[in-house]
Design a protein around this ligand. Structure first.
Ligand code: CP
Length: 322
């Protein structure tokens, strides 16, 4: 209970409750908010680098009064070969009541939840999912389209087209958004070259289509999400970057011609000059900093939800009995 491993774990009612809790926590008096999870223990277990997700989860847990500890691959016994299972059991024995995991391995968040019995928040597992990113993206989209605070339903985003452009194949952000947004009625267009978006991706689910021509996709879209090319996962794939830029880069000329009013998003990190130019990233259509800002409220809601559903001291008692 309380884990969020993929967006499919959440009913639309639960998505609505998380958005409402994020609003409530953001507005709450800081001292009162810090009483919510006073001295509860939250572990951040990061096997991959992160700036936004790690910092915002840590700040979120601290804002709720929790104690946090960070274990990263480079400075822990993971470097000596300790398994995810043993690392999880160790953190639980030390009193962790919730683990926030980022890992290069798809499915590792589920495994950690299974072996520890603790609520696990998936902060990105390989090419699988990044559910907290999809939730903060949803909060941003609702705010920008004037739909914040409205009840979450299967029709809330009816008539809205979102294009996700770039390295779809390797992107957990794309996978989580492509599964969440159509459930609220949005049409999601996936856009990119075949190396980064195989035809197979069309079987991802309803409400999705593929458009290889970025300009055509832009003309239909109210929201555009640009993605980084994930060089660390590209092994064996060759890509002509100049051709990629000419076809898929979000630049000022293209946006003015094909989507002058669209909301432009990017989960970060951005590679300026490749998938997006600085002119667009820093321009009036971009909401990239607002996405980052929304990460804090969403992650406060996820941590609060996880620990509210997990009794205080439960982990320590389970270990003592074992
Ligand atoms: N969007 C995102 O996950 O960024 P980080 O890798 O910096 O956490």
């Amino acid at each position: 209970a309380g884990s969020v491993l993929q967006v499919g774990d959440l009913s639309l009612e639960e998505v609505g409750a998380i958005l409402a809790l994020a609003d409530e926590l953001e507005a709450e008096d800081a001292a009162k908010r810090a009483e919510r999870l006073y001295k509860r223990r939250v572990s951040l277990l990061f096997y991959e680098s992160s700036t936004r997700t790690r910092t915002s989860f840590e700040l979120a847990a601290k804002a709720l009064g929790a104690d946090t500890s960070l274990v990263s691959a480079q400075s822990s016994s993971i470097e000596k070969g300790e398994s995810l299972k043993d690392t999880g059991i160790t953190l639980k024995a030390l009193g962790a009541e919730c683990i926030i995991l980022r890992s290069p391995y798809s499915g590792s968040a589920q495994l950690l939840a299974d072996v520890t019995g603790l609520p696990v928040l998936n902060a990105g597992d390989g090419m699988h999912e990044h559910p907290s990113q999809a939730l903060l993206d949803l909060r941003t989209i609702l705010q920008k389209l004037g739909k914040a605070g409205k009840p979450v339903s299967a029709t809330l985003l009816e008539g809205v087209t979102v294009t996700i452009c770039g390295d779809i194949f390797h992107s957990r952000v794309a996978r989580s958004n492509a599964q969440l947004l159509p459930r609220l009625g949005a049409h999601v267009i996936l856009c990119g070259p075949t190396q980064l978006l195989p035809e197979l991706a069309a079987s991802m689910g309803p409400g999705l289509s593929i458009e290889r021509d970025f300009d055509k996709a832009l003309e239909q879209s109210q929201v555009v999400m640009m993605l980084r090319i994930q060089a660390e996962r590209l092994a064996g794939l060759s890509l002509d970057l100049e051709e990629y830029k000419s076809r898929y880069q979000a630049n000022a000329e293209r946006m003015a011609a094909h989507a002058p009013k669209a909301v432009i998003m990017h989960p970060g990190p951005m590679i300026r000059g490749l998938e997006i130019t600085s002119e667009v990233a820093d321009g009036p259509q971009a909401v990239i900093a607002e996405q980052v800002h929304n990460g804090l409220a969403i992650r406060m809601a996820l941590v609060d939800r996880a620990l509210s559903r997990h009794a205080a001291g439960g982990a320590a008692k389970t270990v003592a009995k074992a």
